[in-house]
Design a protein around this ligand. Structure first.
Ligand SMILES: [Zn+2]
Length: 141
């Protein structure tokens, strides 16, 4: 799934607990759960950079402005746990560009857990709807 979706879901998961470490672990678990939902993935750096800007902007600027307070620590750590697994996807993309391989470790990237696809545009709109719902959950928490 997109950075924005993983970040928002991780923040929601983290906000369920008051502890940053538990939030981080729950955020990582949310990554595996979301990867099993059929979704669209892009494969280029331009879309990735736009996605990171949207996700970071929503969590660090828009959400605090709407809710009137900064993201709680556990939610922030949840968001970090939610996005961290895809660092290896970025590393794999960069390694491939240089003719190398990067071993995947996260279960939904190795094939151990399902990573299902839903083509554009359905797979895109599904995530937009999910993002709106997750944002509203965070904004009203
Ligand atoms: Zn992933």
């Amino acid at each position: 799934m997109y950075f924005t979706t993983h970040a928002l879901a991780g923040a929601v998961a983290g906000s369920l607990v008051a502890n940053p470490a538990a939030g981080f672990v729950l955020g990582m678990a949310s990554h595996a759960a979301l990867d099993s939902v059929p979704h669209h993935d892009y494969d280029g750096p331009k879309a990735a950079l736009l996605d990171v800007a949207v996700g970071a902007g929503l969590l660090l600027a828009v959400l605090p402005a709407v809710s009137g307070h900064p993201l709680p620590s556990a939610a922030l750590w949840g968001a970090l746990g939610g996005i961290l697994p895809d660092a290896e996807v970025v590393a794999g993309y960069l390694a491939k560009k240089h003719g190398r391989r990067w071993p995947m470790l996260f279960p939904s990237h190795t094939g151990l857990l399902p990573h299902k696809n839903l083509p554009w545009p359905q797979g895109f709109w599904l995530q937009v709807l999910l993002d709106v719902a997750l944002f509203l959950l965070l904004a009203t928490a």
